[in-house]
Write a new protein. Structure first.
Lengths: 267, 163
């Protein structure tokens, strides 16, 4: 992946997790009983498996009545499962269900593992989609029909205990003299394609959170979600790559210069 | 990492964290409300029903409405309808698809949701003539919202058009 020359770069970004994902029509001939065959595609690198509830489909639509969608009372989910195929060191996992494939990289509690950078992660994800697509075409000649793609960067902004001042890190929040006990703020922005038509959304969620030792930090999640230009793999990967640029530029825009210094901004 | 009752694992994230939790006084109530739109509940019930149709429900080889298409249809309606919009009819198609329809005195609108991001929209009113007007749409339903408003409240639409 060619990195745009003017894309902001940080030597110590506060990234805690990165998630790349696609949502597609359930391939013809796939049934949940075949999940083990899908695990076999990835088992060498991802030998651990666990089972979770399926993710609901997610779509970004546009019209005059836009509100943040509530997730209460969504449609009754047919009983399907999601599987996590996890690496031995737990740093990476593939999430799979009949209509989703995702790849997560994450920092673990000791924070020893270094962020391997976007190019490495999308390289792995590309290989995983191709392998899954090959598997589907062996069920019946077909290509994946990809309806939605997404990329999330989940940042954990940590400071010394008792020193959390949100305005020192996030440009769009200022609480003045007295810091609140906690906060939560979300904004969404439409992303468009060349002809100005909506293609998806950038969603920014920020909130006070606690780590497992009870220490407060700022969780700043940036997600780009939308439809690829064509419902196929190459187009989906292009969408995710463009999404990465949007996220990195937005991250640099909404965080303060002093924060950039702390994270070693090099560009 | 250890797990405890306060940890959350939302959406596609795989990392456990704890939301900041407040202790609420005993009499405090948390109200969780869905949108108050009149069309919403009957439509959700109808979509749930259509997703559970059995294979061959039409006496031939029709499939139930796809769960993903039903979800997309609900998001579409959320973008298009406000609290005064009359509830449309939802008709299943044979291939997991569905049709959203309004048939009112002032005209007809039909939205054929073939799959997520693949919608054929058609309307017929006095102004469009017999053949009506059609559109291919993906995720932007701004024009359809205007159609629906014109159909369900033609008086307001005329005032808005004149303004």
């Amino acid at each position: 992946v060619n990195r745009p020359f003017d894309l902001p770069e940080f030597s110590l970004p506060p990234i805690n997790e990165v998630v790349l994902g696609i949502q597609f029509d359930q391939p013809i001939g796939y049934q949940q009983i075949r999940a083990g065959e899908v695990w076999n595609l990835f088992k060498v690198g991802f030998p651990k498996v666990s089972e979770l509830l399926a993710l609901q489909p997610t779509f970004e639509t546009f019209g005059p009545n836009q509100i943040l969608p509530f997730n209460f009372g969504v449609l009754a989910n047919p009983s399907r499962n999601r599987y996590w195929f996890t690496t031995d060191d737990d740093y990476e996992l593939i999430q799979f269900q009949g209509d989703r494939l995702l790849h997560n990289w994450r920092k673990l509690a000791n924070h020893a593992n270094e962020y391997p950078r976007f190019d490495t992660i999308i390289g792995k994800f590309t290989g995983e989609i191709r392998r899954f697509e090959q598997f589907c075409s062996e069920l019946q000649p077909q290509k994946l029909i990809i309806r939605q793609c997404e990329l999330s960067y989940i940042n954990h902004i940590r400071v010394a205990p008792g020193q959390l001042r949100v305005g020192e890190w996030l440009k769009f929040i200022s609480f003045g003299e007295q810091e609140p006990d906690d906060f939560a703020a979300t904004f969404r922005r439409t992303t468009t394609c060349g002809d100005g038509q909506p293609r998806g959304r950038l969603i920014c969620e920020s909130a006070t959170n606690l780590d497992l030792s009870g220490e407060a930090f700022i969780a700043l999640t940036l997600t780009v979600r939308g439809i690829p230009e064509r419902p196929e793999t190459d187009s989906a990967l292009e969408f995710i790559t463009r999404g990465r640029e949007m996220i990195v530029r937005t991250f640099a825009d909404i965080t303060t210069e002093s924060a950039h210094k702390a994270w070693g901004r090099t560009q | 990492m250890t797990r405890n009752g306060m940890e959350s694992l939302a959406g596609t994230s795989s990392v456990l964290t704890q939301p900041v939790v407040h202790l609420t006084p005993p009499r405090a109530r948390i109200l969780i409300a869905d949108r108050p739109d009149g069309w919403r509940q009957p439509i959700k019930e109808r979509l749930d029903y259509l997703c559970q149709l059995s294979l061959g429900w039409d006496g031939y080889r029709a499939r139930p409405v796809s769960f993903s298409t039903a979800h997309f249809a609900l998001r579409l309606l959320e973008s298009v309808c406000d609290s005064t919009t009359p509830a449309p009819s939802i008709v299943p198609g044979p291939s997991g698809d569905l049709q959203i329809e309004w048939h009112l005195k002032s005209g007809d609108i039909e939205l054929h949701v073939r799959a997520p991001n693949d919608v054929h929209a058609w309307r017929e009113t006095l102004s469009t003539g017999e053949n009506g007007e059609e559109l291919r749409l993906t995720i932007d339903f701004t024009l359809v919202a205007r159609w629906v408003r014109n159909l369900s409240d033609p008086q307001r639409a005329t005032v808005e058009a004149a303004a």
